[in-house]
Design a protein around this ligand. Structure first.
Ligand code: NAD
Length: 468
């Protein structure tokens, strides 16, 4: 099966698409356990059946290796579906409330928290994990009983078209729709009324989405980026830190919101660390990174030029890599030794296989620099003693954190994932995906026979009867 040529959804069709999925929500069919389970099973099998096209599309769009594509995209979504299928019935159950939430004064009443779908949602995806980061929120929306429109990234057109075909051929298209396109199509979608918007992408576009959503008081989940620090102290295993951090910048060619932007390292161990870094590079790429079939490419010329500019503008010294080939959007995994927070390599999110190394005199200085560069990054990584790691986590916030590795805290699809402050609002994955699209509705029931028990609440009040 060949992948169809990318086609924008017609702008004039978008209000109708939004209206259809809203209508489907009002039929209440998506609220049943059976509808949700059926869609999840169908999505699971679609991932299985469309695997060749997805692999092909990821290769076309990002030069993504089959290893990464299977591991981080296809298998990820299949596992998401299976996790939800295993737990959905339980997640959907009302929470019946008793003590300590319901005090003795209210014990004659029934209180419960009902799990209602929020309604009709819009999911906007990014390009770097185009399948995972678009379909994983959809798994959450389906599980919660919502209807949804997904808008994949136009920067990965082959993936966008495969997702469209896969969803339209397998899922309930009255309730789940795909809109393809770029800014005009996304703007048209944002002009519609949604019950929730789930956005993954840059902080700049996240701001546009949040502003637009605010006009209609539409709640949003924002999964954004950030300038993530790694801390290395004298107590770290330097060879291991070098190998693991290099891994974090080679996967998906460093186009990962979670990967480190810069390393804060004790100045005395910088030369040894750089030696280990170059050794790790040689071990990973014995014939050079460019010849490796495993290393992806930068998604397009615009992003290639953006990363090139960071390297062109740096006042630092390249201590690993540095090569580029514009003809194939290739950027070699590159480390730059810098000495200023104003350096281009410290100021921007690299979102590519390049990172800076910033020597510091102490952990105090490292924490000061990190808090100055970005106070609320999406992630941080610590390579130090137990006490140092604990101190870093205590004195610097982040969406998530990994001790002694690159972004492994995000390697599970069953635990909450999200940013903090300006790296994101809200979380998903595992039960958090169900929760992200669920309204927790407290419901109480007052028995008719309880009039005497509640008589005190009626006017005229009698203060002497109030026992607080
Ligand atoms: P992006 O913000 O450029 O695009 C994301 C989506 O927004 C796309 O679907 C795009 O079509 C749409 N869009 C772009 N410009 C728009 C506009 N002006 N108005 C309305 N919609 C618009 O992001 P990207 O380049 O695809 O992804 C890279 C960014 O995403 C990085 O900053 C990265 O850190 C972040 N990211 C975050 C996570 C996370 O989970 N926190 C995951 C992946 C990527």
């Amino acid at each position: 099966m060949t992948i169809p040529e990318f086609q924008n959804t017609a702008l004039e069709a978008i209000p109708g698409i939004a209206s259809n999925v809203r209508g489907a929500f009002r039929t209440h069919k998506t609220k049943t356990l059976q509808w949700r389970q059926t869609q999840l099973r169908k999505l699971y099998w679609a991932m299985e059946d469309y695997q060749p096209q997805i692999l092909d599309a990821l290769k076309k769009d990002l030069h993504k290796s089959d290893f990464e594509a299977l591991f981080t995209e296809i298998d990820w979504i299949k596992k998401d579906c299976l996790f939800m299928l295993d737990h959905l019935e339980n997640f959907m159950k009302d929470d019946k409330l008793g003590s300590p939430y319901v005090p003795a004064t209210h014990s004659f009443m029934k209180f419960r928290v009902q799990k209602d779908p929020v309604g009709t949602v819009l999911i906007i995806g990014p390009y770097n994990f185009p399948i995972q980061l678009t379909l994983a929120p959809l798994v959450g929306a389906i599980s919660a009983g919502c209807t949804a429109v997904i808008k994949p990234s136009e920067l990965t057109p082959a993936c966008a078209m495969v997702m469209k075909e896969l969803i339209e051929s397998r899922l309930d298209t009255s309730a789940i729709a795909v809109v393809n396109g770029g800014i005009p199509e996304t703007t048209a979608l944002l002009n519609e009324k949604w019950d929730k918007i789930f956005f993954t992408g840059s902080a700049a576009v996240g701001t546009i989405v949040a502003k637009k959503a605010a006009e209609t008081l539409t709640p949003v989940v924002l999964e954004l980026g950030g300038k993530n620090p790694a801390f290395i102290t004298k107590n770290a295993n330097l060879a291991l830190a070098a190998k693991r951090l290099l891994w974090g910048k080679t996967m998906n060619a460093g186009q990962i919101c979670l990967s480190h932007n810069y390393i804060l390292i004790d100045k005395d161990i910088v030369p040894t660390f750089i030696t280990h870094l170059n050794q790790a590079y040689k071990d990973m790429f014995p014939n050079g990174a460019k010849a490796s079939p495993d290393l992806g490419r930068i998604v397009n010329q615009r992003h290639f030029q953006r990363i090139k500019k960071m390297l062109d503008n740096t006042n630092g010294k390249i201590v690993m890599g540095g090569a580029m080939d514009e003809s194939e959007n290739y950027i070699e995994p590159t480390a730059v030794l810098v000495d200023s927070v104003d350096d281009s390599m410290m100021q921007e999110e690299s979102f590519g296989p390049v990172f800076s190394i910033y020597p510091v005199n102490s952990l105090d200085e490292a924490l000061n620099v990190a808090n100055l560069v970005h106070r609320t990054p999406l992630s941080l990584f610590t390579f130090g003693s137990k006490a140092e790691n604990k101190r870093i986590l205590n004195e610097m916030t982040s969406g998530g954190a990994t001790i002694n590795d690159a972004f492994f805290h995000a390697s599970l699809n069953t635990v909450p994932f999200g940013g903090v402050g300006d790296s994101g609002w809200g979380a998903y994955r595992g039960k958090a995906s169900f929760d992200a699209f669920t309204h927790f509705r407290t419901v109480s029931e007052t028995p008719s026979w309880a009039e005497k028990l509640i008589a005190i609440r009626y006017m005229p009040f009698d203060l002497s009867k109030l026992k607080l």
